[in-house]
Design a protein around this ligand. Structure first.
Ligand SMILES: *Cc1c(COP(=O)(O)O)cnc(C)c1O
Length: 364
């Protein structure tokens, strides 16, 4: 299989595949962005040209997600990992929060938050290696909880919340890193949404936070670093200091691409179609099987196994030689994982399934 530029089908969980149209446009604009005589990489973040880039990116994102006016959009750094700290630092008022632990990332967030308050684990799916989303319709939510925390799409285990937890009136905080912009979202159901863009949106180094204005507080503990206050960034339109300027520009190009594709409703349709091709095959295969309970399946990350570690290894190796790369499962779970984000074309999923069929025949 030879593709333009010798590119492969990249099933990496992140940093991950980006739309080729966007990469080409970035290449075209690399030496001279819109007659500025320079690359966006070389440009002052205080220039008019850059201001237009970041403002347009925010405007397009607001349009795509239909973000209500009483929410701020912040472009930050530090990865999802820094949000594991920023969320409790900024949102704990009573000093209590409830976490739903559905995977490694939620667990890490839960562990980190312990530094700042009384953090309760109100539900978990660890008993079955995080292969499902627990029933969250009637959890023991703490009366004085400042927020309820979820990791909405579990990148490593391939599970996704199909319905949001009943937070009993508490604000919901969601790590959407690996499902951000994969489908429409009712932002008003959340107090705070955050996402590392290197999964489904752009290059590593940018973190998008969408936060309801009343959660942006001034009265934070004296020790809180200026850079870790949402207020600092909200008051300065994400330009308090030098932002990850080039990454934000690429995100902006991806937002334009998503709009051109027809928006998030259309993306959901395409993503469902792609995932169905893969899941239908997994459900009919005698060799491969999915590892996730059916009603918890993610549209973005699809883990599967043969049940034989040696055969898994052989599959990953042979797939790689066929131009289907980064199919190795996360180091903590093994097996395989195909991440099929927005930018993975349907042809990539079809090629993967064709290859799996061939492999199954050869190894029957
Ligand atoms: C990748 C990922 C993280 C970690 O992101 P970093 O940018 O490496 O900090 C956290 N949460 C989810 C859901 C992820 O997919």
């Amino acid at each position: 299989m030879t593709r333009e530029y010798g590119r492969v089908y990249n099933f990496s969980a992140g940093p991950a595949v980006l739309p080729e149209e966007v990469l080409k446009q970035a290449a075209d604009e690399m030496m001279n962005y819109e007659n500025s005589g320079m690359s966006v990489m070389e440009m002052s973040h205080r220039s008019k040209t850059y201001d237009n880039i970041i403002k347009t990116a925010e405007k397009d994102l607001r349009e795509l997600l239909n973000i209500p006016d009483n929410y701020k959009v912040l472009f930050l750094q530090g990865g999802a990992h820094l949000q594991f700290s920023m969320v409790p630092i900024n949102l704990l008022k009573n000093g209590v929060a409830d976490y739903i632990v559905t995977g490694q990332w939620a667990k890490k967030a839960y562990t980190e938050a312990q530094k700042y308050g009384k953090i309760n684990k109100v539900a978990t799916s660890e008993d079955k290696t995080f292969s499902y989303i627990p029933d969250c319709s009637d959890l023991p939510i703490s009366e004085d909880a400042d927020y309820v925390y979820i990791c909405e799409n579990n990148t490593i285990y391939g599970t996704k919340f199909r319905t949001l937890p009943n937070t009993k009136g508490k604000d919901l905080v969601s790590d959407m890193s690996s499902c951000f912009l994969s489908e429409p979202v009712d932002v008003s159901k959340y107090g705070l949404i955050y996402a590392g863009v290197q999964k489904n949106v752009g290059p590593a180094g940018v973190q998008i936070v969408i936060i309801r204005e009343d959660l942006i507080r001034e009265d934070l503990p004296e020790w809180c670093p200026t850079m870790l206050k949402y207020k600092t960034h909200a008051d300065n339109d994400s330009l308090y200091n030098t932002p990850p300027a080039y990454g934000i520009y690429i995100c902006g190009l991806v937002f334009k691409w998503l709009k051109k594709m027809g928006g998030l409703g259309k993306m959901k349709e395409i993503n469902e179609k792609k995932a169905k091709i893969l899941y239908d095959f997994l459900d009919s295969s005698k060799l491969f099987k999915g590892t996730v309970e059916k009603n918890s399946r993610s549209l973005m990350n699809v883990p599967f196994v043969t049940g034989d570690e040696e055969l898994d290894k052989k599959f990953i190796e042979e797939a790689k030689n066929a131009g289907l790369v980064q199919l190795k499962g996360h180091r903590t779970v093994g097996g395989m994982r195909a991440s099929i984000y927005n930018a993975m074309p349907i042809e990539g999923v079809e090629a993967l399934v064709e290859f799996m069929k061939k492999f199954e025949k050869e190894n029957a």
